[in-house]
Design a protein around this ligand. Structure first.
Ligand SMILES: Nc1ncnc2c1ncn2[C@@H]1O[C@H](COP(=O)(O)OP(=O)(O)OP(=O)(O)O)[C@@H](O)[C@H]1O
Ligand SMILES: Nc1ncnc2c1ncn2[C@@H]1O[C@H](COP(=O)(O)OP(=O)(O)OP(=O)(O)O)[C@@H](O)[C@H]1O
Ligand SMILES: [Mg+2]
Ligand SMILES: [Mg+2]
Lengths: 165, 181, 181, 165
């Protein structure tokens, strides 16, 4: 299993729809300071149902919506979809790929979708845990926070290993 | 559950020592189970008994020890900026080897590393590329050259991010110029 | 004391806008005096009156605003890793210009910067080298080339640090190889 | 005024005496990870009378003493001296240079010396403030903490400017 596609629309600095197609192996993302690289990582965290302001670098939930620039209006809608390749059947259900999506309209509730079907947040979390993307496994290491894994307390580190058990 | 934990712990501990060998040649790394801060048993009249070491409130926690070549066992807090990043990467890979995630996103984990350690980090990523998919965000040129596919994120004067991608065939790596993506 | 503060604030504000011009070409930066979080006056029976905005408990605080070219005014928290480092450097230099210290030690402040911003940072250091002495710790090659004198810290397999230094005449900068110090 | 000489002995990884001679202008310190670059900055903080475990990256005061290595015994004594050039007379007293020194013997008290004469910590702090090295002026920006100046509260930032007034 691997990440196949990431689609971002109206999320942070991605005012226009953007699609990244990934392959297995090593993908490297580059670009000037402030161009939007870490926003890609935030988009993945958000699609994976994170509610943490620290992980998402937001103060309020609506901060993920494109806030406007000198040339463009703020966006009223954000959507991020991550598509996982399921050729190895890790996700069961005989689907060649699995889609996890999250949407937010300004002043409305967040929506979670699994294979484009609205589900609860808990359903997304369980599906991700089955796919080996449980929260404790640190699949996403945020900028400037690589040491966090070291600085946690011994019982937290136990949690990382228990999750892997 | 404890049995499974114990088996996984032994595996992660072996992985950790192995990965530390790559990242800190000549150094040592190990994981230790430490008793939780002993619960101080309080008898009826509120007087604290001798703390009983073995039966703390929960399961034992996990302590990391890393000593770079030639140095005494170092408390993690005394490691340098680059050494801490390497030790953290080692722990992450030790867990990944026991239970790989489908993909990992590493956002500028190489920022504090000197050239030698960037190479060591990349040799680790290269060795385990079959275990998991790596998506690495970086400004280090050496890391860019290690890519199978390169994605350039740009932002014009309008505050809007765009992405272009380029496959980097293995033989043309050397000629890569980040400014041109 | 307030008079002196006001005069210094105006000077630091002007410096800040000027330094931001170098570090964020096309962007804007300004300092704002903000009222302290208004003290909520509580009358005798403990009921909170309307908070009176102007007379908070202390003096007004200082708020920083930076908006990179093309972007809306950004809360500092929404800036990227590299943008934050640049904004912090700008504030430091704005104060330095108002009241220089004899020396500054900058430990890897350039770690999060891309090549273009390393150049901007170095142009700032170069422009104000008469104002203060700069001691910069770095792994960036471009920063090494900007040195008047270069100090190499080494540690053999015995855990003991040693220092060698080399004066880098301005004309030989380009030929410098950090591995050789 | 500028920093002319820094001497370190028995301080952190500087088991052997080391002397750095600085000039006005731009000095750059390089070296592999873990070689001791940030320990030089810590040495300056320590000589400038810092008691902060965060700034000094220590847990107890004795952590500044060389703790030993596989080849060498721990050190029982640490000393750091910084010599400031005083040609511009900023420090008054007609001396061409001013020396600020700090010493620690294991299991004994810290000693502060100004021009090699034992003084109280307060005397060092006042002398440094006169020289324009007051704590609020951020003369030393530690590794990984460049953002701190931004992340402080508005009234802290006022403090920086007041110090400069
Ligand atoms: N909701 C939003 N709407 C519009 N722009 C946003 C929003 N949130 C963040 N941004 C912009 O995105 C930029 C930051 O992007 P990001 O942190 O991804 O940069 P980066 O490419 O990782 O840079 P660096 O190399 O410095 O880490 C900021 O300049 C910020 O203004
Ligand atoms: N009291 C001490 N005794 C002996 N060694 C010490 C002591 N305190 C710190 N060290 C050693 O100093 C090393 C860290 O040095 P320092 O943080 O200066 O490295 P650095 O050159 O800044 O590296 P980086 O480029 O990774 O930031 C550590 O490996 C640590 O073991
Ligand atoms: Mg970033
Ligand atoms: Mg360092």
């Amino acid at each position: 299993m691997h990440l196949k596609t990431l689609r971002l629309r109206g999320f942070k600095s991605f005012a226009e729809p953007v699609e990244l197609h990934f392959e297995p192996g090593v993908s490297v993302i580059v670009g000037p300071n402030g161009s939007g690289k870490s926003n890609v990582a935030d988009g993945l965290q958000w699609a994976m149902a994170s509610l943490s302001p620290t992980e998402l670098r937001t103060q309020v939930a609506a901060d993920v919506l494109f806030g406007g620039s000198v040339r463009r209006q703020a966006s009223g809608f954000a959507e991020v979809e991550m598509v996982l390749d399921n050729e190895d059947g890790r996700f069961g259900s005989g689907r060649p790929e699995v889609s996890v999506m999250r949407r937010l309209r300004r002043d409305a509730d967040t929506e979670y979708l699994l294979n484009r079907v609205p589900v609860r947040r808990l359903d997304v979390q369980e599906a991700l845990a089955d796919a080996g993307l449980g929260r404790e496994l640190h699949a996403i290491v945020s900028q400037g926070r690589v040491d966090e894994i070291l600085l946690s307390r011994p019982d937290d580190r136990r949690g990382f290993i228990e999750e892997a058990a | 559950i404890t049995e499974r934990f114990d088996a996984t712990f032994v595996e992660v501990e072996r992985n950790f020592a192995q990965v530390i060998d790559t990242l800190f040649p000549g150094g040592r790394g190990r994981l230790r189970l430490v008793e939780p801060p002993a619960a101080v048993l309080v008898d009826d009249d509120g007087v604290a008994d001798e703390p009983t070491p073995a039966i703390g409130p929960g399961e034992p926690g996990v302590e990391l020890e890393v000593s770079p070549a030639g140095k005494q066992i170092t408390r993690l807090a005394m490691l340098s900026g680059g050494e801490k990043a390497l030790a953290a990467i080692a722990f992450l890979f030790a867990i990944m080897l026991a239970r790989p995630c489908p993909f990992y996103v590493l956002d500028e984990v190489d920022a504090a590393l000197d050239d030698t350690n960037v190479e060591r980090f990349l040799s680790l990523v290269d060795r385990y590329r079959e275990h998991a998919q790596f998506i690495v965000i970086t400004h280090q040129k050496r890391t860019m050259e290690a890519a199978d596919v390169l994605y350039g994120v740009t932002m014009a004067n309008d505050g809007i991010s765009k992405v272009v991608s380029r496959r980097l065939p293995r033989d043309r790596r050397e000629a890569f110029d980040p400014a041109v993506v």
